[in-house]
Design a protein around this ligand. Structure first.
Ligand code: S3P
Length: 175
């Protein structure tokens, strides 16, 4: 697993819905004394609307543009920060290029679909899972797995680990 320079580099958490990006990100930001850029939270705060409302009114394509903006803000921030990227961030070639080219260490929080399914019950900001969450997640995992792998500097399994243990595993890659 690649190490990261935790004095200077941003850390970006990527992974499927329910992998724990927001909770692990919050903990890492606290432990490292860094700002947290949480994609969905930033988008909702900026727009003054929920993810679901944005999705319903303006559609997915517009939501994806807001995701790119949130990612860009995180990776161009002056101080090294913790970025909890949106689950769908890897879908866009532009975002994958931003991830590759920025001074960031990208960690894929890896969870199997069975674990994810148990965690995505509160689907308020997850309109994609309104119908057939299991089938959708399985399909999504298949499509996105190679994309997460493409951008990841490190892969951390979240299976059988608490949020604290996952954060600890991320911090152990620190050079
Ligand atoms: C999405 C993930 C969600 C949210 C939106 C779309 C996705 O965020 O941005 O519902 O396409 O994977 P989380 O990854 O925080 O659940």
């Amino acid at each position: 697993m690649a190490t990261w320079d935790c004095q200077t580099q941003h850390i970006v958490l990527v992974g499927m819905m329910g992998a724990g990006k927001s909770s692990v990100g919050r903990l890492l930001a606290e432990r490292l004394g860094r700002s947290l850029y949480d994609s969905d939270e930033m988008i909702e705060a900026r727009e003054g609307r929920t993810v679901r409302e944005i999705w319903a009114t303006d559609g997915e394509a517009h939501f994806r543009e807001l995701e790119t903006q949130a990612l860009t803000d995180g990776v161009t921030s002056d101080e090294p920060s913790v970025i909890a990227a949106a689950g769908g961030v890897v879908l866009s070639e532009t975002n994958r290029r931003i991830l590759r080219e920025s001074d960031a260490h990208v960690v894929w929080l890896l969870a199997g679909v069975d674990l994810l399914l148990g965690r995505v019950q509160n689907g308020m900001h997850r309109p994609l899972l309104d119908d057939d969450p299991e089938g959708t997640l399985r399909q999504m995992f298949e499509t996105r797995e190679p994309l997460y792998r493409e951008v990841a500097d490190a892969i951390v399994s979240v299976e059988h680990r608490s949020v604290h243990e996952v954060a600890g595993a991320v911090l152990r890659c620190c050079a």
